[in-house]
Ligand binder design. Structure first.
Ligand code: BGC
Length: 729
């Protein structure tokens, strides 16, 4: 028997653990060597071995071929860190003590940095942690569009704009796969809500599908060359998305995806469709994700015995099976093609987590420059709110983590404002939660409320830390929110505290926008998402001004829930009726709806304040063929304030005389720039032609209209002081 290169490589790994990683290392297989390997392995495999390779052997692994030295394939959630070990056959945790990790900020926070370099660093750090934990595939990033602010999993996604999601995802995948760990971009496609997620059939126009819901997947495949992709639970075009003819034709036909498609856990429903429609690896059948698990008869999976029988009886061909095996082997070889072991919990990983966290925090409001606070202050500061001490990483569904450590907001504030007199009151309690169920809190809510208001009266400043949490029907898998308002009596509490003490700052930990009618009563507001291990440190960095805030909203904060296009169109649009829903708002998702309908949002997409000020000047537009650009926008950005800070220049484009309906303005380019006080930099943003194209349903292709377009340049979708026209010829 031939010794495989992959096996040789694995043996080398133990001997060369300290060698730095480098793609140019002569020890690594090239892509063409990987193909030769597969050519060599395939004919040696028996039918049983081929069938075994394409379905699970445990909750999170699929087998290799031991006699040929082909290792098992290990997968893990994802997407904010490497999940704790799960039992072989059940959803219970294995109870290991060596599976703690760095909890990185949620993907919404990452998107709010508007920084591709940070996303690459994030992906790479995650890749090293995954490698140390022996994982080949990290189940993320999640790139579904946040269609409504009620989405239970929006915190695992990257906001409402296809370009921002695509660019952040590409950078994350490049970082992760650069460490030899496969990304598994999910959930393909149209998984935009948790209500009825396993059965709902989504009806959407082709144009909307292409322009809003697919671009991030397309960029993951075509730009980042992602190695695996996870099908969604829901139904589209009459078939479940994990084995969907139309989606598969786009993915493997049009986009030439060469990786492996993996089911969501329990997302397969038919052997025939799985064979015919490009499903390569079946996981978690007989379960609905984490919510239930009846039995684990792996041999009865759709791609197990029923497939083998179909081959033996001549109902299925070997060529199709070989294609699936080839893709799974490719994933296997690509992810065993690395030297060194990675690492977990290193100081550089904490540093990356903290930088992402503090650059993701968005300063929404800062009346009379309440912030930053002097770190030497001797004030009496009351910290109020359950989220000041509650762990947010240990719940929320499949993305939950067992962190090595987690700095709470209260701890971060205590460590930073050492001379202040800091007291704490919980204010409200939300109870403990697990999938689909919340245990009522044991505390008396009226007492908690009164204690907090009392404490506020005796203090100079109140920092209220609230928002959503990872309870069922908050930011949590398997359920959407049932209200847009702040839950657990927080609105009344904020109002009562503000009547007792006007000096109040609110920090929201949440994966979603919330109704903000209470905000007129407070001085300053921070949107802090879910920030992982470094949560409290990052919040304190911003409160104290150690870091100048630079995060920008990747979602719209609607004044009213009905200002969201999907919701405005009624129940058939969201959450659906009788297991069907139609995306009636079509292209008008998020700010595309509010801008086009002239609705004023509470906070617009792209909004975020700073402790310094900026000006944008001398904008020009030109055509530069060498970067395949339809247009290149240049603009001077000047830091006109007195401290270092960052601005995100955002370019939205519209076409007033378009032959087809278009949203008023759509994000087509952006760039973040850090500047010292007084410094000016000329920022150059190229807009490739394809970003201006619309999907022509009649031609079933992209079409670029010639003529005049308008670029709206500024610092949020509602603040674009510069308008310039340009021509596409
Ligand atoms: C989720 C996926 C996750 C998988 C494995 C499913 O319920 O939808 O995102 O990766 O479970 O935990």
């Amino acid at each position: 028997m031939k010794t495989h290169l992959a096996l040789t490589l694995l043996l080398c790994t133990t001997l060369t653990a300290c060698k730095p990683n480098s793609d140019s290392s002569p020890d690594l297989l090239t892509e063409s060597q990987i193909e030769q390997e597969i050519d060599d392995i395939l004919p040696q495999l028996t039918l049983d071995e081929k069938i075994a390779l394409i379905h699970a052997q445990s909750k999170f692994s699929s087998p290799g071929v031991a006699r040929l030295g082909i290792p098992e394939l290990w997968m893990s959630d994802g997407p904010h860190g490497v999940r704790a070990e799960i039992c072989w056959d059940s959803w219970s945790y294995a109870g290991q003590t060596n599976d703690c990790v760095t909890a990185f900020p949620s993907l919404t926070a990452l998107a709010a940095t508007w920084s591709q370099s940070l996303a690459t660093e994030y992906g790479a750090a995650l890749g090293r942690e995954a490698r140390y934990r022996g994982k080949n595939v990290l189940l993320g990033p999640g790139v579904n569009i946040c269609r409504t602010p009620l989405g239970g999993r929006n915190f695992e996604y990257m906001g409402e704009d296809p370009l921002l999601v695509a660019q952040t995802a590409v950078a994350y995948i490049e970082g992760l796969q650069g460490e030899g760990v496969a990304a598994c971009v999910k959930h393909f496609a149209l998984n935009n809500q948790e209500v009825d997620r396993c059965e709902i059939e989504v009806h959407v126009s082709d144009r909307t599908l292409r322009e809003i819901y697919l671009p991030a997947f397309e960029a993951s495949v075509r730009q980042a060359h992602v190695w695996s992709i996870m099908g969604a639970y829901n139904v589209y075009n009459g078939e479940h998305c994990c084995h969907n003819k139309k989606l598969n034709n786009i993915l493997k036909g049009e986009w030439a995806f060469d990786g492996a498609t993996i089911t969501d856990w329990g997302g397969a429903h038919s052997t025939e469709q799985s064979i015919a429609n490009g499903l390569d690896l079946e996981m978690g059948t007989y379960t609905n994700g984490l919510t239930s698990g009846k039995s684990f008869a792996y041999d009865n999976y759709y791609l197990a015995k029923p497939y083998r029988d179909a081959i033996n009886e001549g109902r299925a061909d070997m060529q199709t099976l070989d294609d699936k095996v080839r893709r799974v082997l490719r994933l296997n070889l690509r992810t065993h093609n690395r030297i060194g072991h990675g690492r977990v919990g290193s100081s550089d990983h904490s540093d990356i987590a903290r930088r992402v966290a503090r650059e993701g925090i968005v300063l929404l409001k800062n009346e009379a420059q309440t912030l930053p606070l002097d770190s030497q202050t001797t004030m009496r500061i009351a910290v109020v709110g359950e989220n000041a001490t509650r762990s947010m990483t240990r719940a929320g569904g499949s993305s939950e983590l067992k962190p090595l450590y987690e700095v709470s907001p209260l701890e971060g504030i205590q460590k930073t404002f050492r001379n202040a007199q800091i007291t704490y009151a919980m204010g409200y309690s939300s109870g403990k939660s697990s999938y689909g169920r919340v245990n009522e809190p044991t505390e008396n809510q009226a007492t908690l409320h009164a204690e907090a208001v009392d404490l506020a009266k005796q203090s100079d400043l109140v920092i209220f830390v609230g928002g959503l949490n990872k309870n069922h029907q908050q930011d949590c898998e398997a359920g959407d929110r049932i209200s847009y308002k702040l839950p657990f009596g927080q609105e009344d509490l904020i109002k009562d505290i503000a009547s007792a003490n006007k000096n109040i700052i609110v920090v929201l930990l949440s994966g979603n926008a919330v109704e903000m009618k209470w905000e007129e009563n407070v001085r300053a507001t921070l949107m802090a998402w879910h920030l992982g291990s470094e949560c409290g440190n990052a919040i304190a960095d911003i409160l104290s001004g150690r870091t100048c805030p630079s995060g920008k909203l990747p979602i719209t904060f609607y004044e009213e829930l009905t200002d969201c296009g999907a919701i405005a169109h009624g129940a058939e649009s969201y959450p659906g009726a009788e297991k069907h829903q139609t995306y009636k708002e079509e292209l008008l998702v998020g700010y595309r709806y509010t801008s086009t309908q002239n609705i004023r949002p509470h906070y617009p997409f792209g909004h975020g304040l700073s402790y310094t000020t900026f000006s944008l000047q001398n904008a020009t537009v030109s055509n530069v063929a060498s970067v395949n650009g339809a247009a290149t926008i240049e603009v001077d950005v000047c830091n006109t304030g007195s401290r270092e800070g960052a601005e995100v220049v955002q370019v939205y484009v519209g076409k007033k005389d378009s032959q087809v309906f278009r949203p008023t303005n759509e994000l087509r380019g952006y760039q973040k720039v850090w500047l010292s006080p007084g410094e000016t930099q000329r920022v150059c943003i190229a807009i490739p032609e394809r970003r201006l194209a619309y999907w022509d349903e009649a031609k079933n292709d992209w079409h670029i209209e010639k003529g005049r377009y308008t670029a709206y340049i500024g610092t949020s979708v509602s603040d674009t002081p510069i308008e310039i026209d340009f021509e596409v010829r």
